[in-house]
Design a protein around this ligand. Sequence first.
Ligand code: U2P
Length: 247
Amino acid sequence: MRGIIIVSFLLLQSLVVSSSPSPSPPDFNFFYWVTYWPGAICDSQKGCCPPPKGNTASDFMIHGLWPQFNNGTWPAFCDQTNLFDISKVSDLVNKMEKKWTEWGVWTCPSNETKLWEHEWDKHGTCVQSVFDQHSYFLTNLRFRQKLSLLKILKRKGIKPDGGLYGLDEIKNAIKCAIGFAPGIECNEDVKGTKQLFQIYICLDKYAKKFVECPYVPDRSCASSKIKFPKFPKKDSLGESLSVISSV
Ligand code: U2P
């Protein structure tokens, strides 16, 4: 009888182990969660095209969640066998249309799903030890919901009004809210003024908590004061298109 109990126990154990393989730990070091400011695309040399549905929030847009190595390099396009499949995120599309669409550069009209496809195929396929397609997109949306960078900046008087603000002032406002300074990427408006383009928030390799950035990208703001451009107006579409067609 005792023998039967021991054999049954061992059998049960082997079933448990084979039905829940332990996932291999991520082979990268941390994540950047990156958002961009559409105003900085539209008043740059390249111009922009608003997303086709036109129902985006007047706020930072998600760019993506990027796995990173501590030495400043990153993996990309890791798996050709699991490319973007919109049917896997159909329940999230409504939210993605508001918070994660591309303000197209060069291509008009802007393609709604191109950025989603690109982000999964380039970055998502390298983080499958942590996320499947659905949880990759959901995690981005949750961070966007949890962390309102625009509100954080506005609370410190930093507004998208086309004015100049201290780079350190912007970093400190975010550090005050989440405990860690972000990386800031600038681009230039048509007059060559450096402006706030993208914000890089560092997350641990499971994307569970904010961390000190092991490596902050040097994103060439090269100026102690940078412009915070206005959010593009709906009727600026014609202007944006003419910028593009004149290039
Ligand atoms: O810089 C060009 C693009 O390379 C990806 N990138 C850049 C810096 C970095 O530290 N990590 C990283 O992944 C970004 O890829 P995208 O999704 O835009 O193609 C970045 O824009």
